[in-house]
Design a protein around this ligand. Sequence first.
Ligand SMILES: Cc1cc2nc3c(=O)[nH]c(=O)nc-3n(C[C@H](O)[C@H](O)[C@H](O)COP(=O)(O)O)c2cc1C
Length: 212
Amino acid sequence: MSTLLHIEASPRKQRSASLDVARAYLEAYREAHPDHRIDVLDLWGVDLPEFDGDALNAKYADLSGATLSAGQQQAWASIRQLAQRLHDADTLLFSVPLWNFSIPYRLKHFIDVVSQRNILFSFDEKGSAGLLKDKKAVVVYARGLDYSMDSGTRAHWFDFQQPYMEAWLRFVGVTDIEPVVIEKTLYGAEVDETARQAARAQAVALARRASN
Ligand SMILES: Cc1cc2nc3c(=O)[nH]c(=O)nc-3n(C[C@H](O)[C@H](O)[C@H](O)COP(=O)(O)O)c2cc1C
């Protein structure tokens, strides 16, 4: 059975623009694929493992080929378990606010925890390769201001949200990426709603076209 994993990175559960548009995608996706499984990972509702102590030492032990201690093995097992949600999904749907030109720290925390050698990527002297295979990502980006190329300003130079997410997705093996961008959510209710509407329509069209 195909699985869609929705990774929620906004804590604004009622007013969030990224969640609003991701929900429109999900509604259309459910309608088009009633038999598919939907998994939800709310990054503000889970206890992400701290990436220090045993987890950090396990990472460096693995990179240097050293044997993991019992504590390190346990830390590694919980990382593997979290990353398995990504492996088990066919479609990854992310709802991502822009915070200080980049992504919210809970999403970065998640990425730092799960991005490990032999879990999400392989790595040797010849280079690295992503281990997430045959997946599609739909990423809904919400921004208060306008970072688009056609904004008429150099604001796009400050966009470390979309380029970062897409660099990371490619690094872990996901190259089929559909972005849905909501700009100007802080320009007043009318501009916000117009931006959401356009993004919702784009998201619904993508969901209806989705084959898995
Ligand atoms: C901590 C924080 C930092 C933010 N930094 C920026 C920023 O650098 N540039 C910007 O355009 N908007 C910024 N915003 C506004 C959000 O991008 C905007 O409200 C967006 O709609 C958030 O996504 P959401 O509605 O899905 O939560 C920030 C908001 C928060 C809470």
